[in-house]
Design a protein around this ligand. Structure first.
Ligand SMILES: C[S@@+](CC[C@H](N)C(=O)[O-])C[C@H]1O[C@@H](n2cnc3c(N)ncnc32)[C@H](O)[C@@H]1O
Ligand SMILES: [Zn+2]
Length: 595
């Protein structure tokens, strides 16, 4: 007895949500409290998944019941497969172009049809969802799922590290009867386990150190039809372009350095998961894709449909980014043509840009392919946010996740990537218009504009780059700058006369509903040292700098975190900035990005 007591003295209890874990003083098992956002967000998604799954099952049973009443046995499955085979309305008499998919309405057709084909198809009883936490460490996440998500089924927690599995088993016992009855811990290589448990889990969670790339192939196979894959990547330096070739080798896409790099990271990860899913006649439907703090996390549903995977090239694009002015253009990989009442796939028309940038005359870097279809499902985002607000007290990170979800709910979902107002001004070496004034000019020119959750200074818009530069030319006419060197991109852009006369009068829609209601949309980090952690039990060395940012060596925040904090500070001044003096921005990437 005394021994047990002595032994327990070496542990401290860490509580997060309703779960408690024992952490040994030597802390050899991975634990990062910054991941509370990640775990809270995942719980919110799982709660919504359970209620949506129930709705889908009820709808399926009601449709089935109606058909059975009419005595039309077998028609349901026929109607479902018909739906899945017809992914577009065919209106053409001869050859008709069908555009690549960027908008939700276009994907909605596809996803709605696929939603009719989940794993429980045909069964009257909907079993509680089974969850796999493939990389569990202390088991904190698995325990939170089991204790906090009502109606959840069995949770399997895996780790290939013996100490982690022992700690996980200890924590299961420590959390009492619900945990003991629902959570099981196994020592296993997650890849082998997932490969040998195909389509068995309604939710699979991947939360690795760094990149999830080696786990994706088996993970997409272990998710049941209509199930959800939740996947984190913390290798932001790789995904954001510091090691472009490493990114290509891990994810099959080239990243581009740019203000939108964190959104590009999300879209590279989505494209990579889709590519693995396609190998098994499966495809993804993104529900929510989030960049937070120092990592990206995506939530995607997975379906099997040999015909739906033909649409994949319509959902992927290369990105051309000008090395001089950062203008960007998307090149879709595929298009479809409708011929004699059937749809055919064809390679995308290209190139969408000339050799030299129309705006400044410099060359383009080409990145991608990225997922260019919507990366969130708006209905899901609204449901998740509503659910989070109702259960406010059950989320330790309520302020943060509700702020992120609010900003995501406002994003233009059909617009991949974004422009940065400060970057535009840095190129022109001009003072920055207040965001609300720039937004107004875009709206007054007949285009849509929204913020972006990944960057408080990002603006998503369907206005083409030439319209954006015209607005900036008009702004500079009103706020003249000193003469610059003639070969600079900004000088070339300003040497052209605008063809559009920008109207900077404040437009009604220039502030989002949440901005009007003064709801929090971005939050700074709660404390210093908030950021990624290295593998349990390992020393921080120079090698980790590429993953965590140079600040880790002296224990300060990484570069990513610093930029985020700076951006939040900028965003918090956005409102006061509205009528205030414009700020001058310097561009430091002018020389380094030149090819
Ligand atoms: C970042 S930690 C997981 C943190 C945990 N999900 C949480 O929320 O607290 C990653 C874990 O993956 C485990 N791991 C790495 N490779 C693995 C593999 N091939 N199979 C199973 N576990 C693995 C490591 O031992 C480590 O405990
Ligand atoms: Zn250019």
């Amino acid at each position: 007895m005394g021994d047990v007591k002595d032994e327990l003295q070496n542990y401290k209890i860490i509580k997060e949500g309703e779960a408690e874990i024992l952490m040994h003083s030597s802390n050899t098992v991975f634990f990062n409290k910054a991941q509370v956002y990640n775990r809270d967000m995942s719980i919110a998604v799982l709660r919504t998944f359970i209620s949506k799954r129930k709705e889908e099952h009820d709808a399926y049973l009601s449709k089935k019941g109606k058909l059975e009443k009419k005595g039309i046995e077998g028609e349901l499955s026929a109607s479902v497969s018909e739906d899945v085979n017809t992914t577009h309305d065919d209106q053409g008499n001869g050859d008709t172009e069908v555009q690549p998919i960027h908008s939700k309405d276009e994907t909605k057709n596809i996803s709605e049809q696929c939603l009719k084909m989940p794993s429980w198809k045909g069964s009257r009883e909907l079993k509680p969802p089974r969850v796999l936490e493939a990389l569990a460490a202390s088991g904190l996440r698995a325990l939170r799922y089991a204790r906090e998500v009502d109606e959840i089924g069995q949770v399997i927690a895996l780790d290939n590290d013996k100490a982690s599995v022992e700690s996980c088993k200890r924590n299961i016992k420590f959390n009492g009867s619900t945990a003991c009855s629902k959570v099981e811990a196994h020592l296993a290589d997650a890849r082998v386990y997932m490969l040998t448990h195909q389509k068995e889990f309604d939710a699979v969670d991947l939360d690795p150190y760094g990149s999830p790339s080696v786990f994706l192939d088996s993970a997409v196979q272990s998710v049941a039809d209509g199930g959800i894959l939740m996947c984190t990547a913390t290798d932001m330096a790789v995904l954001c372009g510091n090691n472009g070739e490493v990114c290509y080798s891990k994810y099959g896409s080239y990243p581009l350095k740019g203000k939108y790099c964190h959104e590009m990271a999300l879209r590279i990860l989505l494209a990579c998961i889709e590519s693995h899913a396609n190998r098994y006649k499966r495809h993804i439907v993104p529900i929510l894709s989030v960049y937070m703090d120092f990592y990206v996390r995506v939530f995607v549903r997975i379906y099997t449909s040999a015909s739906a995977i033909k649409d994949t090239p319509l959902k992927l694009s290369y990105v051309y980014q000008c090395v001089g002015c950062d203008s960007f253009h998307l090149q879709s990989i595929g298009r479809t043509i409708s011929k004699d009442k059937s749809l055919k796939s064809a390679p995308g028309y290209g190139p969408v840009v000339p050799q030299e940038c129309n705006d400044c005359g410099k060359k383009f870097n080409m990145g991608g392919p990225i997922w260019s279809a919507p990366m969130h499902d708006k209905d899901w985002v609204n449901s998740i946010l509503a659910n989070v607000k109702v259960m406010k007290e059950r989320y330790p990170a309520y302020e943060k996740i509700s702020a992120v979800l609010t900003t995501i709910s406002e994003e233009l979902h059909d617009i991949p990537l974004f422009v940065s107002l400060h970057n535009l001004c840095a190129t022109l070496k001009c003072t920055s218009p207040p965001a609300v004034i720039f937004r107004s000019a875009v709206i007054n020119a007949g285009y849509r504009i929204s913020g972006s959750h990944v960057n408080p200074l990002g603006l998503k818009t369907d206005a083409p780059m030439d319209v954006i530069w015209d607005i900036m030319r008009c702004w500079v006419k009103q706020h003249p700058i000193k003469a610059q060197q003639p070969d600079k991109s900004g000088t070339v852009i300003l040497s052209k006369e605008p063809t559009l006369e920008a109207n900077f009068a404040r437009a009604v829609a220039s502030l989002s509903k949440a901005q009007v209601r003064k709801e929090v949309r971005y939050l700074p980090n709660p404390e210093r040292h908030w950021g990624p952690k290295v593998r349990a039990g390992r020393q921080i060395t120079n090698k980790h700098c590429s993953l965590l940012g140079p600040g880790v060596l002296n224990g300060s925040l990484g570069q990513e975190a610093n930029e985020a904090t700076e951006a939040v500070a900028d965003e918090t001044t956005e409102h006061s900035d509205v009528e205030g003096p414009p700020m001058k921005r310097q561009k430091n990437s002018d020389v380094t990005t030149e090819a």
